[in-house]
Design a protein around this ligand. Sequence first.
Ligand code: BGC
Length: 266
Amino acid sequence: MKRLQDRITLVTGSSSGIGAAVAKCMAAEGAKVIVNYARSSKGAEAVVAEIKAEGGEAIAIQADVSQEDQVQSMFAQIFEHYGTIDVLVNNAGLQKDANLVDMTLEQWNQVIGVNLTGQFLCSREAVKEFKRRGVIPAQSCSAGNIICMSSVHEVIPWAGHCNYAASKGGVMLLMKSMAQELAPDKIRINSIAPGAIKTPINTDAWDTPAAEADLLKLIPYGRVGIPEDIGKAAVWLASDESEYVQGTTIFVDGGMTLYPGFATGG
Ligand code: BGC
């Protein structure tokens, strides 16, 4: 038996980047994966094709997670296709960077809408189903599992990105409050906080040797992360191996949150 055998797993925003790697790692462990995308049907179909080529199972479903009606329609399609859901990975996220005085309300609302409200909307639909179904002991010790994709910026302030940092700070207490509320129902909820991972969201930070050298000053472990670093952590958190982990954030960041400046200063 693989670690996530037949677990019905929705990964939001999985047409590229961290989400795509999480979807593929989950599928390699036997999960049936729903590859959600907002705009890139091409990217999502490519992830589905890769999973199938490896002998896995996946389908793609479009939905902008910031829109209540689209989230509800996505869950209706999942229930129609698979009957239920076991694992939700709240991964969809974006950046709209600007200094505070230049930040438009639209930039603020877009980031809060996708990164924070999207996690609320998807979690609410998943939890309704987890509560309805309850624990099936032959399948898992939990009644359902949610992984919130946070960021090191749930604790590291980030000048020029206050919408993004606020959204991830919000994810931290959304996750912990949901975890506290739903633990008695055996619904497991945790976060992963990636550091700098090589994906399209932060290409500027690593795609030239000078940029990468600068970035590495912030990473004690001495390499930039890759999406599979997050995929592996997600598999473990979604599996029963981590049964007693509840309401915590796992930092997968090469030590970025260890105040690297203090290695030589202070
Ligand atoms: C951001 C990236 C950034 C990383 C480390 C992530 O949450 O999306 O753009 O490189 O945090 O600062």
